[in-house]
Design a protein around this ligand. Structure first.
Ligand code: KG4
Ligand code: ZN
Length: 362
């Protein structure tokens, strides 16, 4: 498709109300605005995201957030070529708020609607700022997801591995809670670990060396909770935080390295690009270990800037624009989907939310 596409993106699948405008010109993205209204303070007293509070907060904030995104981009609806919204997976009350807003705009302004998979948004987020041609290997590590995906293009992702219980960010958050840290736990744990000595505690390295590319964090969570009970000094607390962070980073890099080997087989050297996205990519130790694994395997390493690692609407607008460029639009009957695997074939062959098999967050 010739010319520029300017897409308004809306993201409401968890605890961030976000709107953004992205312009796609000959495959190159430019973020014209990206507004994120975080609800963290509203959920903090409860130690985690409360779906009911999230949905209400999205309703209250969505209109102003969209207006601000358009104003910062210097555009009205007339300057927009389409509207994209996260249609899942996520907390369905929140997803419905953003998707309904997008449908209303689409109907009132006669704009094409794109229902975007939140995971596809994360998968493409690196392309907001980096030259990252398809295909590439992606590790998506957030509070809700922990997956390795071969990203062949829009609508063409193959899942190489996923978590069989918790997501990595969820493990960070839950262990941080047992260490008495506030929500969200990941950044707080990283800060505490700064002056800790990881070698003072031994923690299990789940699934290390296995042939597949799956993750598991429940054993680590249990072991860390037991050790936390016996802590008697602030230094021990720091040491345990450091040990937890290292154990999570080790598992992520071991599984990612395994996936690099599988992904690279039969592909040209130009396809050797490893991308990490999602909130946990903000962690310095995790990034360093992943970068080292990529170097060992002869892969280039890229990660989106922090603002596009965590939930945002620019990535949804980009996924919307890339879909629009291919003529992939959705009807006003597009459903809000609490679960929506990116790779339906792998998900069907290897169910992720069957009790006793793979975890709910897969
Ligand atoms: O991508 P994201 O903003 O939201 C989801 O889609 O889940 O990721 C949030 C997750 C939380 O679990 C948070 O604790 C984790 O990312 N996180 C971190 C760090 N910053 C955010 N985990 C470890 N270290 C960090 N610095
Ligand atoms: Zn996310």
């Amino acid at each position: 498709m010739n010319g520029a596409l300017t897409v308004l993106g809306i993201e409401t699948s968890c605890d961030e109300t976000a709107a953004a405008v992205v312009r796609l010109t000959d495959g190159r993205a430019e973020v014209l605005s990206s507004v994120v209204a975080s609800q963290t303070a509203e959920h903090a007293p409860y130690g985690g995201v409360v779906p009911e509070i999230a949905a209400r907060s999205h309703v209250e904030t969505i209109d102003a957030t969209i207006e601000q995104a358009l104003a910062e981009a210097g555009l009205g609806f007339a300057g927009v070529s389409g509207v994209a919204a996260t249609a899942g997976p996520g907390l369905v009350g929140g997803v419905m708020v953003g998707l309904s807003a997008a449908k209303a705009i689409s109907l009132a302004r006669g704009l094409p609607l794109v229902a975007v998979n939140h995971l596809e948004g994360h998968a493409l987020s690196v392309r907001l700022t980096e030259d990252a041609p398809y295909p590439f290997l992606l590790l998506l590590v957030s509070g809700g997801h922990c997956q390795l995906l071969a990203v062949e293009g829009v609508g063409a992702c193959t899942r190489l591995g996923t978590t069989i219980d918790d997501a990595a960010g969820e493990a960070f958050d839950k262990i941080a809670k047992t260490l008495g840290l506030p929500y969200p736990g990941g950044p707080a744990l990283e800060k505490l670990a700064r002056d800790g000595d990881a070698s003072n505690f031994t923690l299990p390295r789940m699934l290390l060396g296995r042939k597949d590319c799956d993750f598991s964090f429940s054993g680590l969570k249990t072991a860390a909770a037991r050790l936390a009970e016996g802590i008697t000094s602030e230094q021990q607390r720091r040491d345990l935080a450091a040990a937890v962070q290292t154990a999570i980073a080790d598992q992520l890099s071991d599984r990612a390295e395994r996936a690099m080997g599988l992904y690279a087989a039969g592909r040209p050297a130009s396809a050797r690009l490893f991308v990490v996205a999602g909130g946990v990519a903000a962690n310095g130790t995790v990034r360093a270990r992943l970068q080292a694994a990529a170097t060992r395997q002869g892969f280039a390493f890229k990660a989106p800037p922090l603002a596009y690692c965590t939930d945002n609407a620019a990535m949804i607008a980009l996924a919307g624009a890339e879909r629009l460029a291919l003529g992939l639009t959705d009807g006003l009957n597009a459903p809000a989907r609490p679960r929506w695997p990116l790779d339906q074939a792998s998900a069907d062959a290897n169910p992720t939310h069957k009790i006793g098999r793979k975890g709910a967050k897969a």
